[in-house]
Ligand binder design. Structure first.
Ligand SMILES: [Zn+2]
Length: 223
């Protein structure tokens, strides 16, 4: 049996060798690769592309790693998404990376947390930023159980005004993407003041969530 296998192996390697020695246009390689490329392109466009998120290392390249010892892994699967605002001045998108670095420094150095408290941020022009690794529970100055909760925070102060239309649209789409990622339904989305004693995410944003945001999330989820 072995000599047969050996001769087959020789034969096949010889064939491979012969095939690759010949110019590609003679072997139909070019049309084959073109067709493969086309199929991959079609498969790619048929799939939903994940929304782009600016990594923490990009907005804070000198900030170092999270202090894992100071954080807790979720003790249960993600069951809820909680919306917040940073309640910092409403400022142009160009200032957001510096603002995030400031918040991160405050959370780590002043609060003594292992990482910036929130898992994701949405900026004034709808830019998405990664915060704490979603595998770790967030932190809060208020009292509520953070395990199994994904914290999504809008940059700015929304006590009296709303985030831009773009920011709200991105927030809705991003929340729906996270719901799907974790196998959740739209009723899993809540706001900070619905689970703890606080006025976060601001009166205006809270009102929007109740009147329009929830419905927009349900519509986008159903699409
Ligand atoms: Zn909050």
């Amino acid at each position: 049996m072995k000599p047969v296998i050996d001769s087959l192996l020789h034969l096949s390697s010889f064939r491979v060798f012969r095939v690759f020695r010949r110019p590609p246009f003679q072997q139909g390689l070019v049309p084959c690769l073109t067709l493969l490329g086309l199929l991959f392109t079609m498969a790619g466009s048929a799939e939903e592309k994940a929304m782009p998120v600016v990594s923490r290392a990009t907005w804070d390249p000198d900030g170092g790693e999270s202090d894992v010892a100071k954080m807790k892994k979720h003790g249960k699967p993600i069951f809820s998404i909680v919306l917040h605002h940073t309640q910092t001045p409403n400022e142009p998108a160009a200032m957001e990376r510096a603002r995030l670095r400031g918040i991160r420094r405050f959370h780590r150095e002043d609060k003594g947390w292992g990482e910036i408290a929130y898992h994701y941020f949405v900026g004034a022009e709808g830019t998405l930023y990664a915060g704490r690794d979603p595998g770790h529970a967030g932190d809060s100055g208020t009292r509520y159980d953070l395990e199994g909760r994904l914290l999504v925070c809008v940059l700015g102060d929304f006590m009296e005004r709303l985030p831009s239309e773009t920011t709200r649209a991105v927030l809705v789409d991003f929340v729906v993407e996270r719901l799907r990622e974790h196998g959740l339904k739209p009723d899993a989305v809540t706001t900070h003041q619905m689970v703890a004693a606080t006025d976060c995410p601001g009166t205006a944003l809270q009102e929007w969530f109740k009147s329009e945001g929830k419905a927009a999330i349900e519509r986008a989820y159903a699409e």
